[in-house]
Design a protein around this ligand. Structure first.
Ligand code: DGJ
Length: 692
């Protein structure tokens, strides 16, 4: 038997291989003592047999395959050129190991296959795993999972994020049972509907306590997940590119990176390393260091009605509200007067911009703002010069159904790559552009690995030539968010919903995987364009201030009172952003279901801000105390309401917090909580705390 032990401060993973067979994870969970005898452990976890079973349980290995009576779904389904199913019998050839990385290489000489499983530490608390398959001959791979991990028996709850346009990151819960939980996202993007992630949790686990395991598959081309209970009760989780998306025969196949984390301290325990990984490893270092600018995006102000003078006016107004970056959205190119035309014609519309973009950009820069521009490079309108010239560049067949009246370009074609690179390059080279909003507004006709890979390549090429140009991943809002696209982009447009109430919930759940610094959140129009709801400016502004703040309304609609409320939240955000955007978002277990609360705790633990969003009216008449988390129990903290000017006259109790700061221990704040004043629904309490 060979064993390999991997440790970080939160977890231990023990991998074992018996008789050079495919290795399996014998243990994954809370840190084991250093003196644990892992050989004993591997022997100890063997489960009993009884009637109706084969004579030895096939392990839930890193790559379970058919051929040895493994009763679950295999992690590899492949066929040779004749279409015959391949049933490899892999034998260990080589292991490369140190305490934070393990690479195992297996082969099947008869079939000419080599399989590699890689496991390495991504950041303390988070591991990355990937698989790679090489074949001597061309083969077809229908399904290849990243290295498979077992699910701890004590975490029978499966938590997933589903959703829809304007309603991303909806949490759903199910239990493991006789039927597998299988998610096949065939949309060709990470998708509003199926975020590529999963958590399993112990009974009673919540944000702050209990055992929680997290998985995330960093791929933007559509994924498949299998969370399955085997007939003998063991459970496995598989993630990979959605099945049948490797189009055609090839000799090399790789999974994307699968990220996993375990914590004995609740969902926050896995979210902290996940958020930190994006913030500190994926995001270019210089972005973490310089202040993130407040955005102004003109989309919901003007849609396609571009007019230079009006845009200059909007820019001036946005600047006076504190905006620092102006993003010119859809409508500046080709003959794009609505969403039926011109995608692909990435030349400036001279009808709208007779003197080029310079008068607008100059004006924006004179206001001290930077300039950003919208693109949707992967798409083409039927009514476009590009489509008329190159109908053969389209992905999929000619009679396919359009999506938002548009088609998708086959990004894997070299001339398409060159064309798009040249067009974007031209705009970036000839104009002072510091930012791209990179949109993707329809699902693909079919999922295709090479399409996604080609998009990554184009993004990487542009970033290497224009490293100062940041790119935002947008896909009708949050349709393309995952750690694959985040290797090439520096912000995500989380949702097309600027409804503060919706956004409060979406961003709260998205924080499982996403830190504040990359999560765009904008103050929308008074009457939300996607929900018809009207929210106060204070609520809209505080919800945006929870993440990378921006605004997207027509500033001409603002009353003087709204403008001054917005300005004061923007000012507050700018004062805090240097630490706030590097803080961990810790979600709080509110005893009141109407309150969605999170605590942003500074990296050094010296200060925090609690955002307590009142999303509904409460069951009980008086607000319940809100227990905080992550504080030093022995330390004293001074807490203060940031926005006590939002007290309403229906709140009439004599509460110290309404008039003064309070000094309380971390122990009290975590065990009893902060008692906040009564508030109308659709409002936010903002509380700051500092360690004394
Ligand atoms: C969808 C995006 O999510 C919106 O913010 C906007 O950019 C439109 N596309 C433009 O067509």
């Amino acid at each position: 038997m060979q064993t390999w032990r991997l440790d970080d401060s939160a977890q231990t993973i023990v991998v074992a291989a018996i008789n050079n067979n495919m290795a399996f994870v014998a243990y994954w969970g809370a840190v084991l003592p250093e003196h644990e005898d892992v050989n004993q452990l591997v022997k100890a976890q063997v489960r009993d047999l009884t009637g109706g079973m084969i004579d030895q349980n096939a392990p839930v290995s890193l790559c379970p395959v058919e051929g040895n009576a493994f009763s679950g779904m295999p992690a590899l389904i492949a066929s040779d050129a004749m279409g015959t199913a391949l049933m490899p019998r892999f034998t260990l050839q080589h292991a490369c190991y140190n305490k934070q990385a393990l690479e195992l290489i297996y082969n099947d000489v008869d079939l000419g296959l080599t399989y590699k499983a890689s496991i390495s530490l991504a950041i303390d608390g988070l591991w990355q795993l990937s698989s790679n398959l090489q074949s001597v001959d061309d083969i077809q791979v229908h399904w290849l999972a990243a290295p498979v991990l077992p699910v701890a028996d004590k975490t029978p709850r499966a938590l997933e994020f589903g959703g829809r346009w304007c309603g991303e990151f909806r949490l759903t819960e199910s239990s493991f049972g006789p039927s597998a939980l299988v998610r096949e996202n065939r949309t060709g993007r990470s998708g509003h509907e199926h975020f590529p992630g999963l958590m399993t949790a112990s009974q009673g686990a919540n944000y702050c306590q209990g055992d929680v395991y997290a998985w995330h598959y960093g791929w933007s081309g559509g994924h498949k997940m299998v969370a399955e209970q085997l007939p003998d009760g063991r459970r496995q989780v598989q993630f990979g590119h959605v099945s049948h998306s490797y189009r055609g025969m090839a000799k090399t196949f790789s999974s994307a990176k699968q990220y996993v984390a375990f914590s004995a301290h609740g969902i926050n325990g896995v979210s902290v390393p996940l958020q930190k990984y994006v913030r500190e490893e994926l995001l270019p270092r210089d972005l973490l260091q310089k202040p993130r600018p407040v955005h102004y995006n003109c989309w919901e102000a003007i849609y396609f009605d571009h007019d230079v003078e009006l845009l200059q006016d909007l820019a001036s107004r946005a600047a006076s509200l504190g905006a620092e970056r102006f993003v010119l959205d859809d409508g500046w190119f080709g003959q794009r007067d609505d969403d039926t035309t011109a995608l692909g014609d990435w030349d400036l519309d001279l009808r709208k911009y007779p003197q080029g973009l310079t008068p607008l950009i100059d004006h924006i820069e004179s206001l001290g703002m930077g300039f950003g521009l919208w693109f949707e490079p992967e798409m083409v309108s039927e009514n476009s010069q590009l489509y008329r010239a190159h109908p053969e560049w389209v992905l999929g067949h000619a009679t396919q159904t359009l999506g938002r009246q548009q088609l998708v370009l086959n990004m894997a074609l070299a001339p398409v790559q060159e064309y798009l690179y040249d067009k974007v390059n031209q705009m970036l080279a000839n104009n002072a552009i510091e930012y791209i909003k990179w949109d993707h507004n329809r699902v693909l006709p079919f999922a295709d690995v090479s399409q996604t890979q080609a998009v990554y390549n184009l993004l990487a090429r542009l970033r290497s030539v224009f490293p100062h140009v940041e790119i935002e991943s947008c896909s009708s809002g949050g349709g393309r968010i995952d750690y694959g696209i985040l290797q090439h982009t520096q912000r995500v447009w989380l949702s097309d919903s600027n409804d503060a109430l919706e956004r409060l919930r979406i961003q709260h759940h998205a924080a499982t995987f996403l830190p504040a610094i990359i999560t765009g959140s904008h103050v929308g129009p008074r009457c939300c364009h996607t929900s018809g709801r009207v929210h106060s400016m204070n609520f809209r502004a505080w919800v945006a201030a929870q993440r990378h703040m921006g605004m997207e309304m027509d500033p001409r609609e603002l009353t003087a009172a709204e403008a001054s409320q917005l300005l004061s939240v923007v000012k507050w955000w700018k004062q805090q952003r240097s630490w706030l955007l590097a803080a961990d978002i810790l979600r709080l277990d509110s005893g009141d279901e109407a309150v969605l609360a999170e605590q942003h705790l500074a990296a050094n633990g010296e200060q925090f801000v609690v955002f307590a969003g009142v999303a509904d009216s409460s069951e009980q008449i008086s607000p319940r105390p809100l227990p905080l988390t992550g504080l030093d129990a022995q330390a004293l903290y001074e807490i203060d309401l940031v926005n006590r000017d939002e007290l309403v006259n229906l709140s009439r109790g004599e509460m110290a917090i309404k008039v003064d700061t309070l000094t309380l221990s971390g122990s009290y704040l975590m065990n009893y909580g902060v008692t906040l004043p009564w508030q109308f629904p659709n409002a936010m309490w903002v509380l700051k705390g500092k360690r004394l």
